[in-house]
Design a protein around this ligand. Structure first.
Ligand SMILES: NC(=O)C1=CN([C@@H]2O[C@H](COP(=O)(O)OP(=O)(O)OC[C@H]3O[C@@H](n4cnc5c(N)ncnc54)[C@H](OP(=O)(O)O)[C@@H]3O)[C@@H](O)[C@H]2O)[C@@H](O)CC1
Ligand SMILES: Nc1ncnc2c1ncn2[C@@H]1O[C@H](COP(=O)(O)OP(=O)(O)O)[C@@H](O)[C@H]1O
Ligand SMILES: [Mg+2]
Length: 251
């Protein structure tokens, strides 16, 4: 994505990440840092009061706000919607732990920004009136879609504003254009956090005006290729943070 020389802060993409809880503090920061490394200008994390200072402490590059105390529930919806209004595209799910389904549904239904839905937000999203979203389930989370809709293809169908990136050894992007396969990656990527990184890459590309389908395919390629490079150095000891550090060299 070319940068206009006179562009101002935020014009090259603003990503909000609604994630984290007392159960998981790393996930939202992995997503937000991956978004920044993929080239967006600003990344804002909305997380639980209990862990907001822990999450903020990971990096000066992060803007951190709070949805409420405890897990994400109806009392945290307004703060999340404020942060969604601020951004171009938002991630919801990484590290939320045990969010209230109705709260996740309300955030998805009351905002028209593109949502990258992952992890603990996938099940609630399937119960909501979902539109304008990229879901990034791993095989297990994809089982939830198959249970409800028979297959991912029938869930996506002709719906041109829903894309599903089922990730695992081979990533598959389902859209109204059919299914596209991405084979990049390495078994070392089964380490925790690589899916959280993937969500940040998808969101960052969309915030820089890449289409949902193309962003899902490119993100799977970028995440996979960075994972392969990390494996060259660390083998199966690679960490999700190594992948973030290698995104620039892959780009
Ligand atoms: N550093 C951090 O803060 C990190 C935080 N993280 C955060 O952890 C949270 C959980 O994330 P995760 O992806 O680990 O969910 P995981 O409980 O494995 O599965 C969810 C569901 O899918 C199922 N399931 C899983 N695999 C399956 C399979 N192959 N085939 C079939 N089913 C399978 C599994 O079923 P189960 O195995 O429990 O029966 C379960 O029901 C999430 O918020 C994430 O952001 C992590 O990203 C790590 C780093
Ligand atoms: N065996 C594998 N080979 C290549 N890539 C893999 C493999 N296993 C997982 N991945 C990649 O790692 C990520 C796993 O996502 P996920 O299971 O959601 O991790 P987490 O939730 O712990 O962050 C996906 O991007 C997937 O493409
Ligand atoms: Mg995951």
């Amino acid at each position: 994505m070319e940068r206009k020389p006179e562009s101002h802060k935020g014009e090259n993409g603003k990503v909000t990440v609604i994630g984290g809880s007392k159960d998981f503090t790393g996930a939202p920061a992995l997503s937000a840092q991956a978004a920044l490394r993929t080239g967006c200008d600003l990344a804002k994390i909305v997380t639980s009061e209990e862990v907001s200072s822990v999450v903020a402490s990971y990096s000066e590059n992060l803007i951190v706000r709070e949805y409420s105390s405890g897990y994400l529930g109806l009392s945290g919806v307004e703060n999340c919607i404020d942060a969604v209004r601020w951004c171009d595209v938002f991630v919801i799910g990484p590290g939320l732990g045990n969010p209230d389904s109705e709260a996740v549904g309300e955030i998805l239904e009351r905002t028209n920004k593109t949502a990258v839905v992952d992890a603990d937000a996938i099940k609630p999203a399937l119960e909501a009136d979902l539109s304008n979203a990229v879901l990034t389930p791993h095989r297990g989370e994809a089982e939830l879609i198959k249970d409800e809709y028979g297959s991912v293809e029938s869930f996506v169908g002709e719906n041109e504003d829903i894309v599903v990136l089922v990730n695992g050894e081979t990533d598959r992007v389902y859209s109204d254009k059919g299914v596209e396969k991405v084979d990049a990656g390495h078994p070392g990527m089964t380490v925790g956090g690589t899916g959280d990184v993937l969500t940040g890459i998808v969101a960052s590309l969309i915030s820089q005006d890449v289409s949902k389908r193309e962003a899902a395919v490119k993100a799977a390629e970028i995440n996979g290729e960075a994972g392969e490079e990390a494996a060259e150095e660390y083998g199966n000891s690679l960490l999700a943070t190594d992948i973030i550090d290698l995104i620039p060299s892959v780009l």
